[in-house]
Design a protein around this ligand. Structure first.
Ligand code: MN
Length: 441
């Protein structure tokens, strides 16, 4: 588990690129997250890039520029491809070598010739478009917030909200990778089978209870051979990094279809991720202890380690904003409807990896895990409308006088994430935005 701080975490470090030193910025020199991009509106090939300030470092150009060498250069070349899978497959030593190499090129005292060479590899973020950064072979969605599981459970099963396995098993289901899209996407409201509680038979109709799920996405780096579980002590070495994930959900389709095999068409019409993947090395200053409330069972030994207890959780601040069509037309920004932190999750990233592979299941580079909806302990920390509005009974009031129970056509939802504390650099995730379009005729 990579908990050690090194010179790339120094909160006093500055870059020669002024926009990287701006207070409150998402992408200082201590962050260096990865995306796949190209200049917007061109037919250029997509390639990997790294965020610094308001720029993207083009890894394709940088790997030709002659300023990296050794493992850092090999990693930059792997990251220059149209997906990050090859870089992901190289493992933590390569990711770290590239991070340290980039840090050296970007820090304030880098030589003039280095600055000039790197300058030629920068593209303004305002001019680029992004794509899904990996060929995602498999997508697994977990359910790691006990608060979400309890709140949702109350609505689907009032007398039996939290099932007895929850505190023992990191619950998950296999989702669908083909419909994962990048921030900025819009999608049509899904149709599906809906059955009102008092109706005899279901009808096929557009979902009336379209919801969000505030999640983090965890990209797997190196995989494992089938039959060879990843032990918890090694689990984070298989994690490339973390992004924001909105797992859009149609609650009415879900309510009718979910038993006995779990969510299906209520979840697989669209999921949106943020373009930037923040590495675990960048997040090292924001580790917090993993603790179980008194009276809860301790994890089984394969889900437990001293390192996981000491620092397996991450204090990532999360926010959900909603912007209706009317707000957008009036030039009003999105309004915050939820604020929480990833630290409240019941299971850690390392526990998800160890559990997923304990039966011998093989992970592959570029696989994506969803954390599950990250609701915190109080109602204003709930990461889904079904919780925030108590199943649609208590609408949310928006600043312009509109209110919402579930999403309406034209609504845009923006997830944001960042880490911040006095003795460390701010590490931002950028944003994850998606817009609901009317159902197709
Ligand atoms: Mn989900």
């Amino acid at each position: 588990m990579n908990t050690m701080l090194n010179p790339t975490h120094d909160p006093a470090a500055r870059s020669w690129l002024a926009s990287a030193n701006q207070r409150g910025g998402d992408f200082p020199i201590q962050n260096l997250p990865f995306a796949v991009f190209r200049v917007r509106g061109t037919a250029e090939p997509f390639r990997g890039g790294v965020a610094i300030g308001d720029q993207v470092i083009d890894l394709a150009r940088l790997s030709q520029a002659g300023c990296l060498k050794g493992l850092a250069l090999d990693a930059a070349k792997a990251g220059a491809q149209t997906t990050l899978n090859a870089l992901m497959a190289m493992g933590p030593a390569a990711w770290s070598a590239l991070r340290h190499g980039l840090f050296g090129l970007l820090q304030a005292d880098a030589g003039a010739s280095v600055q000039q060479a790197v300058q030629a590899c920068l593209v303004p973020q305002s001019q680029v478009e992004y794509t899904v950064p990996a060929q995602i072979g498999d997508y697994t969605d977990f359910y790691t917030s006990v608060h979400h599981a309890t709140n949702i459970g109350k609505q689907f099963r009032p007398d039996n909200p939290l099932l007895p396995n929850y505190k023992w098993v990191p619950i998950g289901y296999h989702g669908r990778a083909s419909s994962i899209g990048i921030s900025g996407q819009s999608f049509a409201r899904p149709k599906g089978q809906l059955k009102a509680p008092d109706a005899e038979v279901p009808v096929l109709a557009p979902s009336k209870r379209l919801d969000i799920e505030l999640e983090l996405g965890i990209f797997i780096g190196q995989g494992n051979a089938q039959g060879e579980p990843i032990e918890i002590g090694d689990a984070e070495n298989h994690v490339f990094g973390i992004c924001l994930l909105n797992d859009w959900s149609a609650r009415d389709i879900q309510g009718w279809e979910y038993q006995p095999l779990g969510p299906f068409l209520s979840k697989n019409f669209a999921s949106t991720i943020s373009p930037w993947i923040v590495t675990l090395e960048a997040l090292a200053p924001y580790r917090v202890p993993f603790v179980r409330a008194g009276g809860d069972p301790q994890p089984l030994p394969y889900l437990d380690s001293a390192a996981n207890r000491a620092g397996g959780s991450l204090d990532i601040q999360l926010q959900v904003g909603l912007q209706t069509r009317r707000m957008r037309e009036a030039g009003q920004p999105d309004a915050q409807i939820c604020r929480t932190s990833y630290r409240h999750a019941y299971w850690t990233v390392a526990q998800m990896v160890a559990h997923h592979t304990v039966n011998g299941c093989n992970l592959q580079p570029g696989d994506l895990f969803g954390s599950g909806t990250l609701s915190g302990p109080t109602l204003d920390q709930a990461g889904a409308l079904i919780e925030l509005t108590q199943g649609g009974k208590n609408p949310i009031a928006l600043p312009n006088g509109e209110n919402r129970t579930f999403l309406e056509d034209g609504d845009a939802v923006v997830l944001r994430g960042w880490c911040e504390k006095p003795d460390a650099a701010r590490i931002g995730f950028g944003e994850c935005r998606g817009t609901v379009l009317p159902a197709r005729g």
